[in-house]
Design a protein around this ligand. Structure first.
Ligand SMILES: Cc1cc2nc3c(=O)[nH]c(=O)nc-3n(C[C@H](O)[C@H](O)[C@H](O)COP(=O)(O)OP(=O)(O)OC[C@H]3O[C@@H](n4cnc5c(N)ncnc54)[C@H](O)[C@@H]3O)c2cc1C
Length: 417
């Protein structure tokens, strides 16, 4: 029997467990999934909780109910990966052997990384995150109670998971205040370490334009040094100060401690991989899928879905001693809630930046790229059911795994001389 261990039972770990069991010959594998808890969160829902658009009780479901019955599920914390002896050391004292290891430990916000954030007097009274369920729930009464002043939406550093989520938060906050008739007394400010609203030029220009249109001030190139709790100000390394009444921050996102303690991660705790095969750079029997990698694509559930389509054939080929047949192209597909019952859609990969157009059927859509529409918003809401009952169990979804250029408005190419 071959021991395949999946470390992390979140989006990637669950999808991989289901996908492996669909492969011929899977009865010759012992598949074990390890997670530190038995609560699977629908993380995209965190965005909606503070605005009363999704009840918090819909976010968490028992993890074991979404894992296939034929895998062994251990609720335990992995402390160290002993590569030499092919063992995972667990907090309980147990050790688990692996022949092939899949690291799917994701990324977690670390509010202790910015002085004055988690250790400040204002944490969870005027300074909140919404990247945890606890943060999103605590933020709800603060948003409801905000009658006037400045809501500052802030990204501490990149990369973060779902890099568009803070933009969505700013747009939803502005729309919430508009609907309450408070938008003339409540300002929304967007503070980012990037030089624009987003990383890619066309999307950055479009999204920056939308923020401006909605009266949301942007503060760019802001590398946060600390939060001054007494003055209620964000302070940057170059001495700039941004005052706030309510600060909604995305703390630095870090890889799992087990990766760091095992000497497998970079300085932020992400595992260096071949960005096309998802094989770790350090050990050919260690694979990394989802937010835990250092691959230069978005950290998103949609990306996990596209990655797994390449990862599974590569793992099978590797176990059979054959060359790796698939190359993940970096495909990412992200909805951006833009308020007013609309959302935008981004579709891109390692080579192609997000552009305008329609998706997934050329000329038809019905989804619109980089343009707000009601159908995009309806699709974003529908993603919740797709996530639990389509994506996690590995059912076929109506999106191509590799990004397609069809339907995209591409700039004309320079004719070859
Ligand atoms: C606010 C917000 C909005 C988002 N919106 C979207 C969206 O609209 N669309 C989209 O596609 N994506 C979205 N995402 C991102 C998406 O949720 C993640 O990219 C996705 O869940 C990543 O899957 P993963 O399996 O890599 O990590 P996770 O699903 O986070 O799973 C990692 C698992 O590893 C476990 N783990 C970690 N360390 C250990 C250890 N040492 N021992 C045992 N277990 C461990 C954790 O408990 C966790 O269960 C959003 C995320 C947030 C926070």
């Amino acid at each position: 029997m071959t021991d395949i261990v999946i470390l992390g039972g979140g989006t990637a770990g669950t999808l991989i467990a289901h996908s492996l069991l669909k492969q011929p010959g899977s009865d010759a594998w012992n598949i074990t999934v390890i997670d530190r808890d038995d609560e699977h969160h629908y993380q995209p829902g965190y965005l909606f909780v503070p605005f009363g658009m999704m009840p918090a009780k819909r976010i968490a479901k028992p993890r074991h109910e979404f894992l296939p019955k034929r895998v062994t599920f251990l609720v335990d914390e992995a402390r160290r990966i002993d590569r030499e002896h092919r063992l995972i050391e667990l907090a309980s004292g147990a050790t688990i052997h692996f022949d092939q290891l899949v690291i799917a430990t994701g990324t977690t916000p670390d509010p202790t990384a910015v002085p004055g954030m988690a250790d400040g007097a204002l944490w969870f009274s005027s300074v909140f995150d919404f990247y945890t369920l606890a943060g999103a729930m605590a933020l709800k009464p603060a948003i409801e109670g905000m009658k006037k002043g400045r809501i500052v939406v802030h990204v501490s550093e990149t990369p973060i998971k779902c890099p568009v989520a803070p933009l969505e938060f700013a747009l939803l906050a502005q729309d919430y205040m508009r609907k309450k008739g408070r938008d003339w007394e409540v300002d929304v400010v967007y503070v980012t370490p990037l030089d624009g609203a987003f990383t890619k030029p066309v999307a950055s220009k479009t999204l920056g334009g939308l923020l401006s249109e909605r009266g949301i001030e942007q503060v760019t190139d802001f590398q946060v040094e600390r939060i001054d709790n007494d003055a209620k100000e964000l302070v940057s390394y170059d001495g700039r100060r941004v005052p706030f009444d309510l600060l909604v921050t995305v703390p630095p996102n870090r890889g799992s401690d087990v990766v760091v303690h095992s000497g497998l991660g970079d300085e932020a705790g992400f595992v260096p991989v071949d960005k096309h095969t998802l094989q770790s750079e350090i050990d050919p029997d260690i694979w990394v899928v989802g937010d835990a990698t250092n691959a230069p694509t978005s950290k998103a559930g949609s990306v996990v879905h596209f990655e797994v389509a390449s990862f599974i054939p590569n793992l099978l080929a590797h176990m059979a001693g054959r060359r790796l047949p698939r190359r993940f192209d970096g495909h990412a597909n992200c909805f951006i809630e833009s308020g007013r019952g609309q959302a935008m859609l981004l579709d891109f990969n390692y080579e192609q930046e997000p552009v305008t157009g329609v998706f997934p059927v050329p000329k038809v859509g019905p989804l619109t790229l980089l343009k707000p529409s009601a159908i995009n918003h309806a699709s974003k809401l529908a993603f919740e059911a797709v996530y639990w009952y389509g994506l996690l169990p590995g059912r076929p979804l109506p999106f191509p795994h590799d990004m397609s250029l069809a339907g995209k408005n591409l700039p004309p190419t320079t004719p070859a001389r």
